[in-house]
Design a protein. Sequence first.
Length: 563
Amino acid sequence: MEDSDAKRKPNFIRTIIEEDLRTHKYGGRVVTRFPPEPNGYLHIGHAKSICLNFGLAQEYGGRCHLRFDDTNPTKEEEEYVEAIKEDVRWLGYDWGEHLYYASDYFDQLYEWAVQLIRAGKAYVDDLTADEIREFRGTLTEPGRESPYRNRSVEENLDLFERMRAGEFPDGSRTLRAKIDMASPNLNLRDPVMYRILHARHHRTGDKWCIYPMYDFAHGQSDSIEGITHSICTLEFEDHRPLYDWYIEQLGIYHPQQIEFARLNLTYTVMSKRRLLELVREGHVRGWDDPRMPTLCGLRRRGYTPEAIREFCERIGVAKADSLVDYGLLEHCLREDLNKRCPRVMAVLRPLRVVIENYPEGQVEQLDAVNNPEDPSAGTRKVPFSRVLYIERDDFMEVPPKKFYRLAPGREVRLRYAYFIRCTDVIKDAEGNVVELRCTYDPQTRGGDAPDGRKVKATIHWVSAAHAVEAEVRLYDHLFVKPDPDEVEEGKTWKDNLNPRSLEVLTGCKLEPGLATVAPGYRCQFERLGYFCADPDTAAGRPVFNRTVTLRDTWAKIQKSLGE
């Protein structure tokens, strides 16, 4: 995998790693990890973490582990495991032989829990979840000790063993660390280490009915794997003292946790819970709906891994939360697609055009450029005939000022073809324009008029006799506001859903070369945007998703700033 930007931006994590390498802190090793929970699909925010962890390991000659933190069997599925693997590979990264699961360490974690009980650092508690929350206190008030906090080591060992044996119902008991109920950090107020869950695990089956909490499993898993730089998002900064406490009490290898700001993107939501709501309530068509910020949704829409990696590099790594403009992601995508995508002609809202002085039955094969950004892409042949389709928006019967496209009596250029002039307008009984009658100048094939006359517009077209009929799905932002949480009183974030986030067009006309494209095929519909063949595509029945429009507001902003 090659990166488009050979010179990487400096950031505070690179600075830490380079200093650790200079001082030989970890024996010259760099070992990172990407630790998703297999309880949902990955989204663009996870891509930032994937690119950071795998990218840093690659950059400094180290390795990155893929580890599934599968500590909650009630929410985890093998479907998510396989989807996460696919997404990481699609982004261009490979964990090699270093695929791990927190469940690989359940036996060791249990033994460490017993070690903490024997040391008087953990106890079995009979308080309910609600009571634990009540006893924990607030940010301004200290917590209260559980009445079960001072059980003897022997009683705690016995109860914990019986918890494992399945003697007690769900929620009846927990194992808690004995730290400090008056700590200003609420995470240190005797956090729960294990809870009872009589649930089948997707990997360990029914072996366990108690499961470690994420905070207990996470740091020790890093320790077991010899992680050097445990890179987390900023919300785990307050959890770091707890990770450190567990590792120090157990006397085991101590990785270095480093926190960075997560990705927040305009016009979307990143919460797994909210994304799940959108899917379950039918606001979108599934996890891979092209309006979703999930990687599978972006992939279906036509995003490239190269564009996402470039976006993640450009936004950089910081310690402070910020909101990134969706326009930057689209800008990175346009830059990538502009270089790689072939150009084709497609008419989304067709208007029939009859060229009255063109010979009936005649068909010409005209040369069309595949990609002006890539001369090696060559040319293709497109058929031209007497009856064409043009875009309905390219004609106005009464054109306003500065409308230079086709109108009665006006001449325009057909892309790669001829000048045509509109001579008549055909309407239906209701007064709607249904057909244009035109003439063409045979002396203008592929160039200017010999007499030097000029036209102010060039429009695209498709030969009616050769056109492929297609469905085209036009996507817009999922939300109408940059911040979906910006709501009026009494409303919720879902009230900001965009009712026009999807427009489905049928009867679209494409040039004939698109009849047999495979799902995932990307191209630029000239003048209209970049599009990708959807998985619903079948032979002779293409379905295209609009990936992104041609208009690039981010590039204009950069230009105005002189960047």
